[in-house]
Design a protein around this ligand. Structure first.
Ligand code: GLP
Length: 269
């Protein structure tokens, strides 16, 4: 596992966006006709990354025309046009600002009549593209990735999950602080869906995520901290800021600072 420690949120976002940009460039230069398949999250963590990707796209440095995206999750029962649906989030914060064809963007339908069928359809569609090349994600304060709450199976696939009270409290900030307005269930890719991607990159910023980061990288692999499943992934990258490192051992912090020293590749594009 790589852990990239950047000074603050903005630098973390730049690193992540430029890493993704470099992957897209490499893919288009390889002459492969199949699209690059990108897994995407919502939340406050990826907003800076999206902004930089949008800037690089508008500057003509990267294109999303041959990119297919799969989002991680969507609330159940929230109309797609609701201002807090993940469909709305993605349209407003990313899709409407880049050159990605609408038909290349995939999101779970939280209003499907048969949610199990919808989850199966999603997994089959991911498989039809040959899997996900790079899955970008954030992390919850309790260590969840996508909506894989603590004690989710580490071999789970896309399914309907009940949200914990803690997650509803955290996400109520997007619903005018009204916990009752936060849906109680969501459709989410599973831990296995994420770790099946050829690369996984998780953004972790701020002191509120420091406990999650500590358990994710220093603790054992455990269903209590579902992000810890990344320890078994051959190409997992955590991109974090200094504040998120508050709970790490000094030795862990120094190790990753040392090993990544001078490794400025994505920033140099
Ligand atoms: C939600 C999302 C996760 C996200 C988490 C953290 O629970 N389902 O994908 O990582 O929130 O959100 P934020 O980035 O806003 O802290």
């Amino acid at each position: 596992m790589r852990v990239i420690i950047e000074p603050d949120y903005d630098r973390m976002s730049l690193w992540a966006a430029r890493y993704i940009a470099r992957k897209l460039k490499e893919h288009s230069r390889s002459g492969e006709s199949r699209p690059f398949v990108l897994g995407l999250p919502t939340g406050s963590s990826p907003i800076g990354t999206y902004k930089e990707l949008i800037r690089l796209n508008k500057a003509g440095f990267i294109s999303f025309r041959n990119v297919v995206t799969f989002n991680m999750d969507e609330y159940v029962g929230l109309p797609e046009e609701h201002e807090q649906s993940y469909h709305t989030f993605m349209r407003e914060n990313f899709f409407s600002h880049v050159d990605i064809p609408a038909e290349n963007t995939n999101m779970l339908d939280g209003n499907a009549a048969d949610v199990e069928k919808e989850c199966r359809r999603y997994e089959e569609k991911i498989a039809s593209y040959g899997g996900i090349d790079l899955f970008l994600g954030g992390i919850g304060a309790d260590g969840h990735i996508a909506f894989n709450e603590p004690f989710s199976s580490l071999s789970s696939h896309t399914r309907c999950k009940t949200l914990t009270y803690d997650t509803k409290v955290m996400n109520s900030r997007f619903f005018d602080g009204n916990i009752a307005a936060v849906p109680s269930t969501a459709l989410t890719v599973g831990i296995k869906t994420i770790t099946d991607a050829r690369e996984v990159m998780i953004l972790v910023n701020g002191h509120s995520k420091s406990r999650a980061l500590q358990h994710t990288i220093e603790g054992g692999v455990s269903q209590m901290w579902t992000g810890s499943a990344l320890q078994l992934h051959p190409r997992a990258i955590i991109v974090c800021d200094e504040a998120a490192c508050d709970e790490l051992k000094v030795g862990t912090y120094r190790y990753f600072k040392d090993i990544e020293r001078g490794n400025l590749e994505p920033m140099s594009i």
